[in-house]
Design a protein around this ligand. Structure first.
Ligand code: ZN
Ligand code: ZN
Length: 319
């Protein structure tokens, strides 16, 4: 695909681009840092030769991914409780409310859903609240059987007559009611589900940058590069195997950090390709990166980074 050697921008070009941009965004600061008292401020007097103290040739590797966020696990949880507990629970409802923006959501990701609340008649007591057991006093007959002694006639002949009366414990029914242990007499239990909040699924584009320059500004450069990717010329690769083989001849320079950076970018790329929620959406770009260590006339240290080829490059500075 690419066996072309990429031409890196020269220092004067990079410095010039930085200078023009810096004076456009903050002229006063430039005057303060590079001006001479009593003299008219001129950009021409500010040269790379004078203010760039050191440079380093490095690389940056870039690719973009898309990641799905806001999707919660499909797991659910169910609770079965007695009615007083239902009243103490806080329920949620999203019926007819559409999807929820995760960033605005205050609360748990899993919540008790009002619509899932169901009455479950108690199986133990068949929804009566009590269970019937045989009355112990009358042994389930509802009657107490006794014998009555009757002395008959002059002879007072002993006779035994049956005498039965209604049981005073079960009121003659023969059974007694006991509160059901399962439902506590409430006849029903209640079941409801703890479900994921229906969040909107957001797909976001994420830039991934690895640079061999020891910079604290990787995040900023990454963000800028993500927006300007079409404006910057790099060498594109479909896989890291190819990149590893061609990086050095394409760049025309090499160092230990570059080698390390390529291998860590490669393993990063591999883990994204295994991540089910991520999708790699671009080719892999290899950019020449030039790091310039500068010092203003006033003595303030700052850095300029260039990314890209001599044809198309972007700069970043912490000036
Ligand atoms: Zn009884
Ligand atoms: Zn019951």
């Amino acid at each position: 695909m690419t066996d072309i050697k990429i031409k890196t921008p020269n220092l004067d070009e990079i410095f010039e681009k930085w200078k023009q941009g810096a004076v456009r965004s903050d002229k006063k600061k430039m005057e303060k840092q590079f001006g001479t008292k009593g003299a008219i401020f001129s950009l021409d007097a500010i040269s790379a030769a004078e203010y760039v103290k050191d440079t380093q040739k490095e690389v940056a590797i870039y690719f973009a991914i898309k990641k799905t966020v806001g999707e919660v696990t499909k797991k659910t949880d169910e609770r079965t409780v007695l009615p007083p507990k239902v009243a103490r629970e806080t329920f949620y409802s999203f019926k007819g409310k559409g999807k929820i923006n995760k960033d605005d959501w205050k609360g748990d990701d899993m919540v008790p859903l009002y619509e899932t609340l169901k009455t479950i008649p108690c199986k133990n007591c068949n929804g009566k609240g009590y269970v019937e057991t045989k009355c112990k006093t009358c042994k389930g007959t509802g009657k107490i059987e006794e014998q009555l002694q009757v002395l008959t006639g002059e002879e007072q002949k002993k006779e035994v007559k049956p005498f039965s009366y209604s049981c005073g414990v079960c009121f003659g029914v023969g059974t007694s009611k006991e509160q059901c242990r399962d439902c506590g007499g409430y006849k029903n239990t209640y079941k409801y589900q703890i479900l994921p909040v229906p969040f909107k699924t957001v797909v976001t584009g994420i830039p991934v940058l690895h640079s061999s320059a020891q910079t604290k500004y990787e995040k900023e450069i990454e963000r800028d590069l993500h927006q300007m990717i079409e404006e910057v010329e790099g060498i594109r690769f479909n896989d890291f195997k190819d990149l590893e083989a061609k990086a050095e001849p394409s760049l025309g320079y090499w160092n230990k950090n570059i080698k390390k950076t390529i291998s860590s970018a490669s393993s990063d790329h591999k883990s994204y390709s295994k991540d089910k929620e991520a999708q790699i959406t671009s080719q892999i770009y290899l950019f020449p990166m030039i790091q310039m260590f500068c010092q203003s006339k006033k003595g303030t240290k700052y850095e300029i980074y260039s990314l890209g080829s001599a044809n198309k490059f972007m700069i970043y500075s912490n000036f």
